[in-house]
Write a protein that binds this ligand. Structure first.
Ligand code: AMP
Length: 478
């Protein structure tokens, strides 16, 4: 769970990178960073905090150049320490390499041990540093960055959408199963690659297409080229991107996320109709779901909860009492919309169950007669090893519990989850093209001690230029 962006633009990149990161802020609030390259210098500014806290006009003006990458971080692998803030910079044989990554490798420990055994020193605990080291090592024997990325991708197991800045060229590559999203946009004077299409929209760019699983994109001042490094017999798009993580206005691998959530809302009603007075979303993640639910059921969409949009990052509160008060500042009930009402409460997911329990309590305190909780994902029963921050099985409320026990625990009148079948249908690309690890306990990559589904990846021997995807800034090159 991180956001990445890479831009080459003749008009300078620091401000566009900043706006793109702003659009991707929901993907990580822990830290933000930008690296740019100009002449012979790699410039970097990065720190812990939100995008608006980390950068100001001076720091952005200091980030010179027409090529750069950016990152917002949500910590998964690696603890919340300042040295883990990305992008990471490497200097190697006269080349400057900056790299930023979204995803999680599952063979980090093996790779790290191998490289440490060879004498490599690591400064951080992140996967990104490992990817950077493998690329630098591969560049010693490779003729090109394409060859180095090929060697690197052969070694990596897990999810990785990566942007790299090698002097003034931006590279972007996506793991062979496409677990993490990455897309391409056209700007007036260049190109952008970003985790979500909303970053392209923020710059008034034109969406071109998604980066294909296993594809490497190269952008420099003469345009964009593509190399297909790996192909697989299936894809494994993260199902949780559609359920919770991506912005609803993003188009991800051909599908508008809002449409998926709306269809899920419709299916939630069809699978389990209930008589009620209001369809009430848990803001903000439940809104598109509740819109679909209301549309299908005819039950009016009425907000019973209001979120304070100005709260910023969660306050650090030393006592339980203060933490509870902070929750009340963040979310409040619209009592008049709830009192004596039969409420269908719609949310995207129930993970630990603490949020649902608290919200159900608040709605009951506001005088609701019945609270029918409808959830836009099936029960989450297994951890995510591929980049979404999920707790262990013991902390997951649905792991090893029947739905009735979860209902009782959160205190709702009734509880229904969407079925996996309905969810897959709402996304529309087939279960074989989705990672459903957190819902089924079966993962698309091999993970020690877990079940994995059949998946074959072929790596191209040498590099192979793919057909359609060579563009020149401003117009398509044939
Ligand atoms: P809880 O059941 O208390 O763990 O909270 C679940 C709620 O947190 C969901 O309704 C989501 O809106 C949100 N959520 C789901 N997954 C995550 C995640 N990985 N990180 C942060 N928030 C999440």
């Amino acid at each position: 769970m991180c956001g990445i962006v890479g831009i080459v633009d003749a008009g300078g990149v620091s401000f566009p990178l900043y706006y793109a990161l702003y659009a991707l802020q929901h993907r990580g609030q822990e830290s933000a960073g930008i690296s740019t390259f100009e002449g012979t210098t790699l410039y970097t500014h990065k720190a812990q905090g939100l995008v608006a806290e980390v950068f100001n006009s001076q720091t952005l003006q200091d980030l010179q150049g027409n090529a750069g990458i950016g990152h917002v971080r949500y910590p998964t692998t690696g603890s919340k320490v300042p040295e883990n803030v990305q992008p990471f910079n490497f200097r190697y044989r006269g080349l400057d390499l900056a790299i930023a990554h979204n995803g999680n490798l599952v063979n980090t420990a093996e790779l790290r041990e191998e490289y440490e055994h060879r004498g490599q020193i690591f400064c951080t605990t992140t996967d990104t540093e490992i990817i950077g080291n493998i690329i630098a090592d591969a560049l010693r024997t490779s003729k090109s960055m394409e060859d180095a990325v090929l060697l690197c991708m052969r070694r990596l197991r897990g999810s990785y959408a990566t942007v790299a800045l090698l002097n003034n060229t931006v590279y972007a590559f996506r793991d062979p199963l496409g677990i993490k999203p990455l897309c391409i946009g056209k700007l007036d004077n260049g190109y952008i690659v970003a985790s979500e299409s909303v970053a392209i929209d923020a710059l008034d760019g034109t969406f071109v297409r998604d980066v294909r699983p296993g594809e490497l994109i190269r952008i420099d001042e003469s345009g964009l080229t593509s190399t297909q490094i790996a192909t697989a017999n299936r894809k494994a798009y993260c199902i949780f991107e559609y359920v919770y993580f991506a912005r609803a206005d993003s188009v991800m691998d051909g599908t508008l996320v809002y449409d998926v959530r709306r269809r899920i809302g419709q299916k939630l009603y069809d699978a389990n109709p209930v008589e009620a007075d209001t369809a009430c979303p848990v803001p903000d993640s439940g809104i598109a779901y509740a819109a679909g639910y209301a549309e299908q059921s005819g039950i009016p969409f009425i907000e019973g909860l209001m979120k304070n949009r100005y709260m910023g990052r969660t306050f650090i509160m030393p006592t339980q009492q203060q933490r509870e008060r902070a929750v009340r500042i963040k979310l409040n009930t619209v009592r008049g919309n709830l009192k004596d009402k039969r409420v269908v409460l719609i949310d995207d997911s129930v993970v630990r169950g603490t949020t649902s329990r608290r919200i159900v309590n608040m709605i009951r305190d506001a005088g609701a007669e019945e609270i029918h909780l409808r959830v836009g994902s099936p029960p989450i029963i297994a951890p995510c090893y591929l980049g979404v921050d999920m707790p262990t099985r013991t902390e997951l409320i649905a792991s090893g519990k029947e739905v009735e026990a979860v209902r009782e625990s959160v205190g709702a009148t009734s509880l229904t989850y969407i079925s996996l079948e309905d969810l897959v249908e709402a996304i529309g690309c087939g279960e074989q093209n989705l990672c459903t690890g957190c819902l089924t306990g079966c993962y698309p990559v091999e993970i020690n001690g877990e079940k994995s589904c059949h998946c074959v990846v072929d790596y191209v021997a040498g590099t192979h230029q793919s057909d359609l995807s060579t563009f020149k800034a401003g117009k398509e090159r044939t």
